[in-house]
Design a binder for this molecule. Structure first.
Ligand code: SF4
Length: 425
């Protein structure tokens, strides 16, 4: 249950505080939150700006009481829905797409939260894995295409939901299963019910989760990320072999793919770069200036490993190319004789409209340059990307997947205020 006092406290934390979970939710803050239901979210801005108001979960009060929502993904008909609601007099507190779902829930005449939510979701399009919490009900739902992951776990008789199963491991819980695309799970009074949204023509979970986002100790879409990521490295070694002394990774996201490359190629794996764990993922930092600074302090080369060696370096993707260029210079500075860069995904040439922060084509190096030009820009001796086919085959049993940022083939159209399709081409 969310009491009014708790709501006040949560709201206060939301609006005034940004930072790492540990900094925001100190033991003192956590101990002060009574109740048996809770949701949380570390969402980075993929729509709307990085302001306190947009921090999730968003908590509101409406005619049926308090309601909190956390949203992983991006809606694709936001402009149209929002401008329509604003014309009718709605006032928005945030600039995120997620608030639209709350407005649609509040407008519904249904009684039960799950029915209100179903009605709301029938009007939105795009990617959403959602957690909602009312005063007595907990709902988890995954969009019918299943763009973003969401799974169920258990801990001492309690139900857990998370994007990645490693969250369950951390607290000693167990993994049960992935929510199906289009599945809605409702937990009320300790009882769990599964509902279905109308099916999509095709399921298209995000392949980039396997390439970069998900942790290798997680399961997403009922697949072990570690296994898929090793296969990405193996297939990369088959497609782009290199005559080199050692294989190194860009830690941590490329460690597993580098092991796959090493085992397939027979080239020894070494730790050639040390990552400073007190700095977050560079890709997630919202501004370029911040990102540049993070790269400089994030990695340090190991000279004893690199000196006079021919090196294969594995990275999961190249987005802007700025990090890779700096890393290559760092490796040269540490004495590497040859550098062969291998990427365990195809060139990222298109933005993502489904919840990953790849905003414009202009920023993507692969949309402006050919592979040879990128090789020259990065000053590497050779460059090889895994093929689209190789990446999708490595993903295994999942079936069709979204790979739009690599292929430009968008499974759900993005519409403007008038509902007209707009795709950045
Ligand atoms: Fe994932 Fe790329 Fe599709 Fe976005 S466009 S959902 S990052 S595969």
């Amino acid at each position: 249950m969310i009491s009014k006092e708790v709501l006040k406290k949560v709201r206060k934390i939301e609006i005034s505080t940004r930072g790492l979970v540990n900094d925001v939710f100190s033991p003192k803050v956590l101990e002060s939150l009574p109740g048996s239901l809770a949701i949380g979210h570390t969402r980075y801005s993929t729509t709307g700006s990085s302001t306190g108001r947009n921090i999730q979960p968003i908590v509101v009060n409406y005619k049926s009481g308090a309601l909190a929502v956390a949203h992983n993904g991006n809606l694709t008909n936001t402009a149209q829905l929002r401008s329509g609601m604003e014309r009718e007099g709605s006032i928005f507190q945030t600039t995120t797409d997620t608030e639209i779902i709350l407005h649609l829930i509040a407008r519904s005449q249904e009684q039960l939260l799950e029915n209100r939510l179903k009605e709301a979701l029938s009007q939105v399009a795009g990617a959403y894995s959602l957690l909602l919490l009312s005063e007595d009900t907990f709902v988890a739902v995954r969009d019918p295409r299943g763009f973003r992951p969401l799974c169920i776990g258990a801990f001492e008789g309690a139900t857990l939901m998370a994007s990645e199963s490693c969250a369950f491991d951390i607290m000693g819980g167990s993994y049960l299963r992935s929510l199906e695309p289009g599945e809605m799970v409702v937990v009320r009074n300790g009882e769990m019910e599964s509902h279905r949204l109308p099916p999509a023509p095709e399921k298209t979970p995000c392949v980039f989760e396997f390439v970069y986002f998900a942790r290798p100790d997680s399961r997403i879409y009922d697949e072990k990320v570690d296994k898929v990521r090793r296969r990405l490295g193996k297939y990369l070694a088959r497609e782009h072999p290199a005559a080199a002394d050692i294989v190194i990774s860009v830690p941590d996201s490329s460690n597993t793919a580098a092991l796959g490359y090493s085992s397939e190629s027979g080239i020894r794996f070494e730790i050639g770069l040390i990552r400073n764990h007190y700095v977050g993922r560079t890709f997630i930092q919202p501004g370029q200036q911040q990102r540049d600074h993070e790269v400089r302090v994030k990695f340090n080369p190991v000279e004893g490993v690199l000196q006079d060696r021919s090196v294969v370096i594995i990275d999961d993707s190249i987005v802007r190319g700025t990090t890779s260029r700096k890393l290559v210079r760092m490796l040269r500075g540490a004495g590497a004789r040859e550098i062969h860069l291998r990427i365990s995904s195809p060139p990222v040439s298109w933005p993502c409209y489904y919840g990953v922060d790849i905003p414009t084509r202009e920023e993507l190096i692969a949309s402006r340059m050919s592979v040879i030009e990128i090789q020259e820009y990065l000053e590497v001796d050779s460059l090889g990307y895994l093929s689209l086919e190789g990446m999708l085959e490595a993903a295994g049993e999942v079936g069709p997947m979204c790979s739009a940022c690599f292929s430009g083939d968008y499974p759900v159209p993005i519409t403007d205020e008038l509902g007209k399709e707009v795709l950045e081409q």
